[in-house]
Write a protein that binds this ligand. Structure first.
Ligand SMILES: [Cu+2]
Length: 151
């Protein structure tokens, strides 16, 4: 009897996390990445599936992760971690999401997450409105996204 109940419950949970088991990715907030670049997220570009989560890990102090409001799909909820806060973000809408570390935006501490396979575009003017080093970094990450999509 207990086994039957257990199977029923796991069956229900199985429906909730369909179609596939969601994954949790980790992005570290670093003073220096493995390429020797100061103040970076790593990996700074991530391609995930719908329903996956990304956890921003406080490897070093003094960083946060927050959405860049102009550089994400319209109508989705933004996120804003506090400094030194480890947060987990759930992605339920396909598209490209750029994010930043607020204290180090001017140093180019930005990241990019692609959710799903659909090619998406960010508004060029909004990319160019970032501080120069953040803009350059994001342009590099967009090129990584294109490469990952085989474009
Ligand atoms: Cu930072």
């Amino acid at each position: 009897m207990k086994i039957a109940v257990f199977l029923m419950v796991s069956g229900v949970l199985g429906i909730c996390v369909s179609p596939a088991l969601a994954e949790d990715y980790k992005v570290q907030m670093l003073n220096q990445d493995t390429h020797g670049r100061a103040m970076q997220f790593e990996p700074a570009f991530l391609k995930v599936a719908l329903g996956d989560t990304v956890t921003f890990v406080t490897t070093y102090k003094g960083h946060n992760s927050e959405s860049i409001l102009t550089l994400m799909p319209e109508g989705v909820e933004a996120w804003k971690g506090k400094i030194n806060e480890e947060i987990t973000v759930l992605f339920e809408t396909e598209g490209l999401y750029a994010y930043k570390c607020q204290p180090h935006l001017g140093l180019g501490m930005v990241g990019l997450i692609q959710v799903g396979d659909a090619p998406a575009q960010l508004n060029q003017a909004d990319v160019e409105s970032l501080p120069l080093r953040a803009e350059k970094r994001l342009v590099d990450l967009l090129a990584e996204a294109e490469a990952a999509n085989g474009q």
